[in-house]
Design a protein around this ligand. Structure first.
Ligand code: ADP
Length: 500
């Protein structure tokens, strides 16, 4: 059998996660780093390390890969993971790319092209229209807006990470907003192409994990709910999606598999949908929005409920393409939740925090997984994404998983650098979150004025309140009439007790 060596063209927690899989499969590994990133944790987990000019520098990465005898490259997520020219350069260098073919990325990676394929396959898409700001007359703009309907979301074809979207309420603002969005898209993504999409008023974001064998066969590995977002960026993800009618669920799976089969998709991918929630909480319809042609940040929740290691599958497929058999997919088991721990300050509009990590405590126990890219002594600056760890829990039921997440967040300590742990903890105690009744707007609306200390005080008080009978003032009921509502407590006494 051919001897392999695996490079991760990435850093932080995703590099660490892939190195673990390679280690388990007996494959030696090579980590890369750039100047200033020498103390990153991912470098301690690989067999070899090598400096490159940049995490986006294809030439430098490939020259190291060739020089060190690398046979497999995993792109992780972000950076070069969805750039067809990188996948092509890797394959042209005779190295296995742990992801889809460049042609598939080309076809599905662009939001417009992917919508066109979806429509061809009769997969529902949000009403949308293509736009060429340089060529469109006012009348064409008006016709496009009429087809889509207000409110309109202007999106950048090459956008990502929730960036480059603008909501427009009326035709009078449309042209000006579109012109400025095109300029912004050009400078941020190198491509000013835009499109209009109907803005859904209260959607849920639900996505389907798929895995294709590259020969036209594929499996879906169930759905993930990713509606808890801050400014369109995911914060808390779970599998399966709570309160989802089976008819909607099976429609999502069927649509996702159509894309896999049509494109002969190879490796892991995610098909993203928005599900429109009506005021009474029921679900009207679902719409395809885009496909991510890579391993997703939130893949661990899928691994938890299916027992399938997605990186193992990617490696098995790349190293034995002809004889590869798709994994047997069993019914989902239990419920899993992931939160994204970021070095950012919720009390200052989530600005990135910097500093040197001096202390780290992560809990362990049944159903707890920590994927982290940070280590004590590591300096965090602002040059990279603020995501530093993911906390994942798995329990037999959703209620228990939420409780486990509350515990994990309470027991996690990161010091030396600020983090969003307090924010995540407050989310884990929210009653709507507990019931799984949220939409993509929920966090921006309900946690708009989040203040970490005040919120944590309230949580601790209510936890103690739930736990204890001894603090109830004799003969009283709460003001609400509920036994022991917070108004019946002497909070200073309680606070002392909580600290014990
Ligand atoms: P990106 O690629 O930048 O992540 P997406 O198209 O995946 O952008 O959308 C990210 C998030 O933005 C969605 O999960 C949802 O919260 C919101 N969003 C996207 N499209 C719409 C829409 N048409 N209506 C309402 N919200 C939307």
């Amino acid at each position: 059998m051919k001897k392999h060596k695996l490079m991760v063209a990435n850093r932080s927690e995703i590099a660490c996660r892939v190195f673990q899989a390679a280690f388990e499969m007996g494959i030696p590994t090579l980590a890369i780093f750039v100047k200033g990133d020498e103390d990153a944790r991912h470098l301690t987990l690989a067999d070899e390390i090598a400096e490159v000019e940049g995490y986006l520098d294809v030439e430098s990465i490939l020259s190291v890969a060739k020089g060190r005898g690398v046979t497999l490259i995993h792109p992780g997520y972000g950076f070069l993971s969805e750039r067809p020219h990188f996948a092509k350069a890797v394959i042209d260098a005779g190295i296995g790319f742990l992801g889809p073919l460049p042609e598939t990325m080309e076809a599905l990676g662009g939001k417009i092209a992917a919508k066109e394929i979806a429509e061809k396959l009769s997969i529902p898409t949000v009403p949308w229209a293509k736009l060429d700001m340089a060529k469109s007359s006012d009348a064409e703009l008006k016709a496009a807006a009429d087809r889509v309907g207000f409110p309109i979301l202007i999106k950048a074809h090459a956008g990502g990470g929730g960036k480059g979207m603008r909501r427009v309420e009326a035709f009078s603002e449309l042209k000006m907003q579109a012109e400025s969005a095109a300029r912004e898209a050009l400078s941020s993504f190198g491509d000013g192409t835009l499109f209009f999409e109907r803005y859904l008023q209260n959607p849920r974001h639900i996505e389907v994990q798929i895995f294709g064998d590259g020969k036209g066969r594929g499996v879906h590995l169930y759905e993930r709910e990713c509606s808890l977002q801050r400014r369109h960026q995911k914060v808390w993800e779970e599998a399966p999606a709570p309160n989802l009618p089976e008819t909607v669920r099976s429609g999502l799976f069927e649509s996702a598999l159509k894309l896999v089969e049509y494109t002969k998709y190879r490796s892991a991918g995610t098909v993203e949908f928005l599900v429109e929630v009506l005021p009474d909480g029921s679900i009207k319809e679902f719409f395809f929005i885009e496909m991510n042609t890579r391993l997703q940040v939130e893949h661990p929740v899928t691994e938890a409920i299916t027992g399938i290691d997605l990186v193992h599958e990617q490696i098995r497929l790349a190293t034995g393409f002809d004889s590869y058999r798709l994994p047997d997919v069993v019914p989902p088991r239990g419920h899993a939740i992931e939160v994204r721990v970021c070095a950012e300050d919720p009390s200052q509009d989530f600005i990135p925090c910097t500093g040197t990590i001096d202390h780290l405590i992560f809990p362990s126990g049944p159903g707890i997984r920590v994927d982290r890219g940070i280590e004590v002594g590591q300096r965090l600056g602002t040059q990279f994404d603020s995501l530093c760890a993911k906390l994942i829990v798995h329990s037999s039921t959703r209620d228990l998983a939420v409780k486990k997440m509350q515990y994990v967040l309470r027991e996690t300590v990161i010091s030396g650098v600020g983090s969003n742990l307090g924010y995540l903890s407050a989310i884990s105690h929210n009653p709507n979150v507990a019931q799984g009744r949220v939409s993509t707007l929920f966090l921006d609306q309900s946690f708009k004025d989040f203040h970490p200390n005040a919120t944590m005080d309230a949580i601790l008080l209510s936890e103690a309140f739930e736990k204890s009978e001894v603090f109830r003032e004799p003969g009283t009921q709460g003001a609400s009439g509920e036994p022991g509502s917070p108004s019946s407590w002497n909070s200073s006494t309680l606070w002392e007790q909580v600290k014990l």
